[in-house]
Design a protein around this ligand. Structure first.
Ligand code: HDD
Length: 739
């Protein structure tokens, strides 16, 4: 059964360590206070009159259960019947209202990016963008509230978080000049070059329409059929066959605006830019085996990780950066077409210049109201930021509002609290389904003389949005792309060559897995041809794994432009050292051993913004520290590192493990489920520390001189060394292994 219980371990002395009362309260509690976003700016009335308090957003007022009309109720557990054993009466208003509302609780999930998690935060500008952009929220020290939603693309709303997929990274900046949405992904290039193909690629990636399987997977025939027939998709696909397709955490992903945008400064001079999010914690991934195990052990892994980290005070943070290019007539830079969304510009050619910092510091209080109802749109722009003619972006500008009209049930979703601009809104949009504005005035048209001429048009000095006066290219109407979009292989080759050998191994494994799941030999052959056009070694290794011949390349490799660099260091995830905030440390303890130092160790881990989880044979407390996981509920994939503080040999509930991976330890050496934890942490190259009796368990399952093992006498000292190892994310020396 999937585990659902991984709340951060309550810390003694903290409010959340109180066990919940099992008894129903008999006295009503005080009414809930309005939530922070319910105290926000109210839309101004057209005539400038004081707004009426917005009661619609202040849910759950008063102490008593009421009908939706505010009538207090005596009973909500029994329907009104003609006699105790008689039929239910139609006149029962509360019953009908309760059931009717319930029947309509669900809304259509997003057609893509249905599965997601979000958080509130703040963006602070550095002021460094000023030479190229006049947007007010980028000014030095300016703080702007934000809401960021991360997502997978293909799976349904209830699908697992750790599927191999691209991740969405959409941020709503509630700026003083209107809302700016940066609707980004964790991969800097996209599947397709023209938005007209978006329904096709999504139909191909979604489950097969006959049996609706597989869920949240790209390892199936229709996906690879599309990718092998539309070779422009090869580049994006190679990125998510790499480790970025299975991130360790939403907190550890880069984000990319992908398209080129046009910025304008106060003098009206324009530049072309690409947006980048750089995570403070570095870019890290799961191993494929971890991702698969998590799909069963904890399908909510990324959602839980984000919420737990924020709750524990480990607020994730990213720097926003831009690559700046001259706004030239060709819209290209160093031979790379800036309007082609399947191309990126290597940082060696155009460095990413930091312009501000995003910090996520508050979890949503209601998933549906906020995370589900938030509506992003790449067309939500502010003065100083404009779009370009990228044919993918142009189609996106239509699609988002269009889909939201259905998903959010009509044209007034901008009035939902999460979507409401924090800038004053005076929009002359009226009526329609879901209208909540109590608009005053009688003349919602412009110009008018009856509402005092309100609202007025903004003048030059009023920070109005400006459609930049861009010269249009000459041409005829045609359904074609420019010839500069035709090279589909040189940038994938650049990506492949920028990977370390270990990352290349992972890519080969991923293609071998995905294509190995395709039934049609012609699809595998066609995809091998594309791999041959990217790199002969990549193709040869995947072909060998599939037991198929490797074709020769059909493109002239030397003649293609690869953007003047052979490899690009920032594309590889390995090699750096990063903060360990929000990492989860499992601690195996023996409740019958000496645990006098456990509380201090627990506090030391919390003090460095990490999450300790005590693992014991049974629930309850050990030496004043709550048990977070029992041997029955612990899974290695939930932990970034493992500490063995003791070696409980028998557990009260211990039956012989039937899991074949648990192995057969020497009698009395290590409890089988602890042995399995150690084995998996070893195989996934995680740091493991042990002291006291814990050493016996570790020594029974691993080589004594194994990399990334810390054996000592003192728990805090061992933890210190394990933490240092975690700065590199994994003990990379332990690979190659069968992970
Ligand atoms: Fe999209 C949602 C990112 C191309 C049509 N997209 C959506 C989300 C993200 C992206 C992060 C989820 C937003 C959220 O959390 O609510 N999409 C991208 C990126 C693209 C891209 C980075 C290419 C650079 N998208 C794209 C195209 C189309 C769409 C070409 C249509 C032609 N995208 C949609 C959509 C969604 C969406 C159908 C689904 C739900 C929604 O918009 O509100 O309109």
């Amino acid at each position: 059964m999937a585990s659902t219980e991984h709340a951060p371990t309550p810390v003694p002395g903290r409010p959340n360590s109180q066990p919940p009362s099992l008894e129903e309260p008999t006295e009503p509690t005080a009414p809930l206070s309005p939530k922070p976003d319910q105290q926000g700016v109210q839309p101004r009335t057209p005539t400038g009159a004081e707004p009426v308090p917005d009661r619609a957003t202040t849910a759950q007022q008063g102490e008593f259960l009421t009908t939706s009309q505010g009538a207090r109720l005596r009973d909500t557990d029994h329907s009104l019947k003609a006699g105790r054993r008689g039929p239910v009466l139609l006149q029962d208003h509360h019953l009908r209202e309760k059931i009717t509302h319930f029947d309509h609780e669900r809304i259509p999930e997003r057609v893509v990016h249905a599965r997601g998690a979000a958080a509130h935060g703040v963006f602070e500008g550095y002021g460094t963008a000023e030479p190229v952009c006049r947007a007010g929220f980028l000014a030095k020290g300016k703080r702007t509230e934000v809401f960021t939603r991360f997502s997978t693309v293909v799976g349904s709303r209830g699908s697992m978080d750790t599927a191999r997929d691209t991740r969405g990274f959409a941020t709503k900046f509630y700026t003083d000049e209107g809302t700016f949405d940066l609707v980004a992904n964790n991969i800097p290039v996209f599947f397709i070059q023209d938005g007209i193909k978006f329904p096709d690629v999504v139909h191909a990636a979604k489950p097969h329409p006959d049996r609706e399987i597989p869920q949240a997977q790209s390892a199936h025939d229709t996906f690879w059929d599309f990718v092998s027939l539309h070779t422009e998709a090869q580049h994006h696909t190679l990125w998510f066959m790499g480790d970025r397709g299975i991130p360790r955490s939403y907190r550890m992903m880069e984000g990319f605006g992908i398209h080129t945008f046009r910025l304008a400064n106060t003098a009206g001079e324009t530049s072309l830019v690409k947006f980048h999010w750089k995570p403070q914690l570095g870019v890290h991934s799961l191993t494929w085996e971890e991702a698969q195990l998590l799909g069963g052990n904890d399908p909510d892994f990324h959602r839980r990780d984000l919420a737990d980290a924020i709750e524990a005070g480990a607020h994730p943070s990213w720097e926003l950066g831009i690559q700046v290019f001259p706004d030239n007539e060709e819209q290209s830079f160093e031979g790379i077409d800036l309007l082609d969304p399947t191309k990126f510009v290597p940082e060696e050619l155009a460095p990413v210049q930091p312009i501000g910092r995003l910090t996520l510091d508050r979890n949503p209080s209601n998933y549906f109201a906020e995370t589900e109802q938030v509506a992003f749109n790449p067309g939500h722009l502010v003065p100083g930021i404009d779009v370009t003619d990228d044919p993918l972006l142009q189609v996106r500008l239509f699609s988002y509002v269009d889909t939201q009209l259905t998903r959010l049930g009509g044209p007034n979703f901008a009035q939902l609290p999460i979507n409401r601009a924090h800038a004053p809104v005076n929009d002359m949009l009226r009526d329609g389904y879901g209208q909540q504005g109590d608009h005053s005035g009688i003349a919602p048209y412009h110009p008018n003389s009856l509402d005092g001429g309100c609202p007025f048009m903004a003048g030059e000095m009023d920070s109005a949005f400006e459609d930049l006066p861009v010269r249009l290219p000459e041409g005829v109407k045609e359904r074609e792309l420019s010839a500069t979009f035709e090279d589909h292989f040189s940038q994938p080759r650049l990506f492949w060559r920028s990977m370390t050998p270990l990352e290349q191994d992972h890519i080969v494994d991923a293609y071998s897995f995905e294509l190995g799941k395709c039934y049609e030999a012609t699809i595998r052959e066609r995809q091998l041809q594309s791999l041959a056009n990217i790199d002969a070694d990549l193709c040869g290794r995947v072909a060998a794994a599939l037991g198929m011949p490797a074709p020769a390349s059909t493109v002239p490799v030397e003649e293609e432009s690869d953007g003047a660099v052979d490899s690009s260091a920032p594309l590889s995830q390995l090699g750096g050292r990063w903060p360990t905030d929000g990492r989860v440390i499992g601690i195996v303890v023996d409740p019958d051993g000496d645990n006098s130092a456990l509380l201090a160790l627990h506090e030391a881990i919390v003090a460095v913004s990490m999450t300790p989880v005590v693992i014991a044979p049974r629930g309850g407390e050990v030496a004043g520290v709550p048990v977070g996981r029992t041997f029955g509920t612990a899974a290695s994939v939930e932990f970034d590192a493992l500490l063995l503080a003791g070696n409980p040999l028998t557990a009260p509930d211990s039956r012989p493990s039937i899991d074949p991976k648990a192995g057969a330890p020497g009698a009395g050496e290590v409890e089988p489920r602890v042995g399995k934890l150690i084995d998996e942490c070893w195989r996934h190259a995680k740091a493991i520390g042990a002291w006291a009796e814990g050493r016996t368990a570790l020594e029974a399952r691993t080589a004594p001189d194994g990399a990334g093992l810390v054996l000592g006498e003192d728990g805090q000292a061992v933890f210190g060394e394990v933490r240092t190892l975690l700065e590199s994310h994994r003990v990379w020396e332990r690979f190659p292994a069968d992970a």
